[in-house]
Design a protein around this ligand. Structure first.
Ligand SMILES: Nc1ncnc2c1ncn2[C@@H]1O[C@H](COP(=O)(O)OP(=O)(O)O)[C@@H](O)[C@H]1O
Ligand SMILES: Cc1ncc(COP(=O)(O)OP(=O)(O)O)c(N)n1
Length: 519
């Protein structure tokens, strides 16, 4: 049956097989607060693209995500290694298992791989007639690897007729038209119009691939479903290499928000803002060595600026500057430090580590999760090992007096006092400066030492230990635990954490200065 619509849709009425609700081909059945959105796509075990990205994108935009897998792709942020395509009959089983049971509000289609899979999806779409179908015509990954067989391009063109919105990037738009890629935005829009005309579909023309300062996107429809033929939204261009899965995430978000709002223009406006935020904060994720993923849940994660670690790091900037100006640090980097001062520093370090290890063991005892308990317990264990190593490899034969010096005693007393009377959060804040300042000072020392030419440096072997990646990773974990401990604490307790951190940071300063005074 056909319904004449004065608005955006010309619809033919169907019934949803799962719940018998009225479905109209091309119109949202109902506007749902939490739409049920099915992604039909390939996988990305590194989580940035394909089905994994779609599910995050759907959830981040307020939908309930479901997924039917077209292909298993062994890939990461650096590229695609291999593709395994399960039998098409199994894809049909996945699709019907969902649609026989669940009322589907929107479908996002991504990687299809070959003509057989395309045919399978086309037949299922014809049977189920989902109210919203967004097709991302995935052909080639950002890494340059093919994700669609060349001979399947014609089959993919035919599938466009069954979609409501198609979201090609500029190279894909050109392939779908059999033309050369658009060289500028006006040409891209003209190609969008042509694709919309040929297939009766709305096109989301994306400007991500243009060499421009901004990133325009436009909904293009020559069939009267928009306020004009072209509805455009622009955003700035985010300077990041982490754009893996941007197209996947955008199309899944469009399907979700359209099912939530019933308005394509509103959907693009909302999705583009969300996507911009996800790109701006992509670098925070630190996933992989290549083009990493975007931050789908940026709206649900505190900004670095709101984090305890950012605030306390800024508050203690003066202490760090003082440390870097100390004679001890300058002379150690230059190689002019006296052997007596260096020996004193090493001996006090060994003494300190013994006390520090006890504070870490207490943090392990108070930790709220097994993971944190294990982290602090391992750190306590490492301290004892490093203490033994200092004696074995650095102090043996140096003839250094090894009684506990006044600064070491004061620093350890402070840590043990917080261990005995402070909360877990306070204790974590007290032990983190040793990691963080050591890593920071060590990094600067290492850079100074390298740029001065390392050959023949008397303390070179010691300074080389500062470049240890395992220690850098442990520092990142300790800081992350501190941030987690600070979250949702009342202001007073947060202040106590600040004070504990600042006290320890100041003791670090005195510790680096102690050899000058007491050696
Ligand atoms: N560096 C960037 N800064 C801001 N937006 C971007 C950036 N790169 C891509 N986009 C946006 O991401 C989406 C995907 O764009 P595009 O890169 O053209 O397609 P694809 O990811 O499919 O190759 C579009 O909305 C585009 O405007
Ligand atoms: C399984 C799978 N589907 C799609 C892609 C494409 O992702 P990417 O290369 O990052 O490009 P956009 O999503 O930005 O178009 C993929 N790699 N894997």
């Amino acid at each position: 049956m056909s319904l004449q619509s004065s608005g955006r849709w010309l619809a033919s009425v169907e019934f949803c097989r799962a719940c018998s609700a009225l479905s109209s081909n091309g119109a949202a059945m109902t506007i749902r607060t939490t739409p049920r959105v099915l992604s039909i796509a390939g996988t990305d075990p590194s989580g940035g693209a394909g089905i994994q990205a779609d599910l995050k994108s759907i959830a981040a935009n307020g939908g309930y995500g479901m997924a039917a897998v077209t292909a298993l792709v062994a890939q990461n942020t650096q590229g695609v290694r291999s593709v395994h395509t399960p039998p098409a009959s199994f894809l049909t089983e996945q699709l019907t298992a969902v649609s026989d049971d669940v009322c589907i509000d929107a479908v996002k289609i991504g990687m299809l791989g070959d003509s057989e899979v395309i045919g399978t999806v086309g037949r299922w779409l014809a049977e189920v007639s989902p109210a919203v179908v967004v097709l991302d015509p995935v052909m080639v990954a950002t890494s340059g690897d093919r994700l669609l067989a060349a001979e399947a391009e014609e089959a993919l063109r035919l599938l466009l007729n069954q979609a409501h919105l198609v979201t090609p990037n500029l190279p894909e738009l050109a392939v779908l038209l059999g033309a050369a890629p658009a060289a500028d935005w006006q040409e891209a829009l003209a190609q969008g119009r042509e694709l919309s005309r040929r297939h009766g579909v709305m096109v989301l023309v994306k400007g991500g691939h243009l060499p421009a300062e901004d990133c325009p996107d436009a909904l293009v429809d020559v069939n009267g479903r928009l306020a004009g033929e072209v509805v455009e939204f622009r955003s700035g261009r985010v300077r990041t290499k982490n754009t893996h899965g941007t197209g996947c995430s955008l199309s899944a978000a469009m399907a979700t928000v359209q099912a939530r709002t019933g308005d394509w223009t509103e959907s693009l406006k909302e999705v583009k803002e969300w996507l911009f935020g996800a790109l701006v904060r992509a670098d925070e994720l630190e996933v992989g060595k290549g083009s990493g993923p975007i931050h789908h849940f940026h709206q649900h994660t505190p900004r670095p600026a709101d984090r305890f670690s950012t605030e306390v790091w800024e508050r203690t900037a003066g202490i760090r500057a003082e440390i870097m100006e100390l004679d001890f640090v300058r002379q150690l980097a230059a190689g002019t430090l006296s052997e007596a001062q260096f020996g004193y520093y090493l001996a006090q370090d060994a003494r300190y580590l013994n006390g520090y290890s006890r504070a870490l063991a207490r943090a392990s005892a108070l930790a709220p999760t097994e993971q944190e308990q294990l982290f602090w317990a391992k750190s306590a264990h490492n301290c004892i090992e490093v203490e033994a190593q200092l004696h074995r490899e650095w102090l043996a034969g140096r003839g250094v007096q090894s009684e506990q010096g006044p600064v070491t005693k004061a620093y350890v007393d402070h840590l043990l006092a917080v261990s005995a009377a402070g909360s877990y959060a306070e204790l974590v804040a007290a032990v983190v400066p040793c990691y963080w300042l050591y890593a920071h000072v060590g990094g600067e020392l290492y850079d100074r030492y390298k740029s001065a030419g390392a050959a023949g440096h008397p303390y070179g072997a010691w300074i080389e230990t500062y470049a240890d990646e395992e220690f850098a990773e442990a520092t990142r974990q300790a800081v992350a635990i501190m941030d987690a401990a600070a979250q949702q604490l009342p202001e007073q307790e947060r202040e106590r954490m600040m004070a504990a951190f600042e006290h320890s940071a100041r003791y670090e300063l005195h510790f680096f200065d102690a050899p000058r005074l007491y050696a």
